[in-house]
Design a protein around this ligand. Structure first.
Ligand SMILES: [Zn+2]
Length: 301
C-alpha cells in the first residue's frame, strides 16, 4: 500500500534576532569590531545607504513535521539540543552574534516539540533539508536514525567546500554523527514554472523536492500536497514576505552581500516565486523559513 500524508504540523524550531539596522547606525553591536574586516565593512556600506525597510525583530525557523501512515518526517530541523546546551558555542560566531543571534530555548527544538505533540523522537524516520546552513540542520544530531534527503550539490558543497563562502557557512560538526544521507540530482518533472522536481525515495508522492539554487549551490524548496491544498516551503529562497512585494529590507541587502552564493540564480528563482504568488491560487500557500507572519498565519489557521 502506498504511503499517504495524515497530518502536517508547523513548528518554529528557533527564534532569531539578527543584528538590526539601529544597532549598526548607533554602533551598539560591540562584536562587530572584533570580526574579520569583511563583515563590518559590508555593514557600514549598507548602513550608509539610508535603508528604511527592515524585517521583524524576531525571526522564526519554520520547520514542518509530517505524519504519514507509515512515517514521521521533519522538514528542516532548526537548531538542536546541542546548540542550546552549548549556549551557542557550537555555532559560528557570525551566526551567533550577527546574522542569527538565536534565543536558544530547549523547548523550541524539534526534539522537544515532537515529544510535546505526542510522538517519540525515535519514531522520526526521515528528514528533508532545504540546505545545510546551521539554522536548518542544528537538530540533525537529535535524530541519528533518520534518513536525510537533500540535493547532491548541497552535500558536495558542505563536505568539499571550495569557495570562501562555502568554507565559512557549513559546520562539519552538525553531521559528525554520520547521518544516513540520501542525495538527489537536480533532474525530473515540472511543477508550475519550476523544473527538475523530484519525488523522494520511500516517501509519499505528495512530497516533492524543487531545486531553488542561489542561496546555496544545492538549495531546494519542498512541496507538500495535502487535502487538496499545496504548501510550497521555499527555505531561504527569500527571508521576508516583503520581498514578494518587491521590497528589499536592510537584512536582505546584508544577506545578499554576505551569504547568497549565486545572486543571479537567487533573483531568478525569487522572480518565479513572485510570479506564482501573484497568480493567487487559493489552494496554494507559499512560505519561507524565517518570516514570522507567514509562520503564525499557517500555524494558527
Ligand atoms: Zn536560514
Amino acid at each position: 500500500m502506498s504511503d499517504q500524508i495524515v497530518k502536517v504540523h508547523h513548528l518554529n524550531c528557533a527564534t532569531l534576532c539578527p543584528v538590526s539596522l539601529k544597532n549598526i547606525i548607533n554602533n551598539t553591536c560591540k562584536v562587530l569590531s572584533k570580526l574579520p574586516l569583511r563583515i563590518p565593512n559590508i555593514l557600514k556600506d549598507i548602513g550608509g545607504k539610508n535603508v528604511q525597510e527592515v524585517i521583524h525583530e524576531h525571526l522564526v525557523c519554520h520547520c514542518l513535521l509530517i505524519e504519514t501512515k507509515k512515517k514521521l518526517i521533519l522538514m528542516d530541523t532548526g537548531l538542536g539540543r546541542k546548540d542550546v546546551q552549548s549556549s551557542g558555542s557550537r555555532l559560528p560566531i557570525e551566526f551567533l552574534k550577527i546574522i542569527g543571534r538565536p534565543l536558544l530555548k530547549l523547548e523550541e527544538t524539534a526534539y522537544h516539540q515532537i515529544i510535546k505533540l505526542g510522538y517519540s523522537p525515535d519514531d522520526l524516520t526521515d528528514i528533508l533539508v532545504t540546505h545545510l546552513d546551521v539554522d536548518h540542520v542544528g537538530g540533525l544530531a537529535d535524530f541519528p536514525q533518520a534518513t536525510v534527503h537533500l540535493l547532491d550539490a548541497e552535500l558536495d558543497s558542505a563536505i568539499n567546500p571550495k569557495s570562501y563562502i562555502q568554507k565559512h557557512r557549513y559546520l562539519a560538526k552538525m553531521w559528525d554523527h554520520n547521518p544516513k544521507w540520501k542525495t538527489y540530482r537536480a533532474s525530473g518533472e515540472k511543477w508550475n514554472d519550476f523544473y527538475s522536481v523530484k519525488e523522494l525515495e520511500g516517501l509519499p508522492t505528495e512530497i516533492k523536492m524543487i531545486p531553488l539554487r542561489g542561496h546555496t549551490q544545492g538549495h531546494c524548496g519542498l512541496v507538500i500536497e495535502h487535502q487538496g491544498n499545496s504548501l510550497f516551503f521555499t527555505g531561504d529562497a527569500y527571508i521576508s514576505k516583503k520581498q514578494l512585494q518587491g521590497i528589499t529590507p536592510f537584512e536582505v541587502l546584508l544577506f545578499n552581500k554576505l551569504i547568497q552564493e549565486d545572486i543571479n540564480l537567487y533573483r531568478e528563482n525569487l522572480e518565479r516565486i513572485i510570479q506564482l504568488k501573484n497568480e493567487a491560487l487559493p489552494s496554494l500557500s507559499i512560505f519561507c523559513s524565517h518570516d514570522p507572519d507567514e509562520y503564525h498565519h499557517l500555524s494558527n489557521p
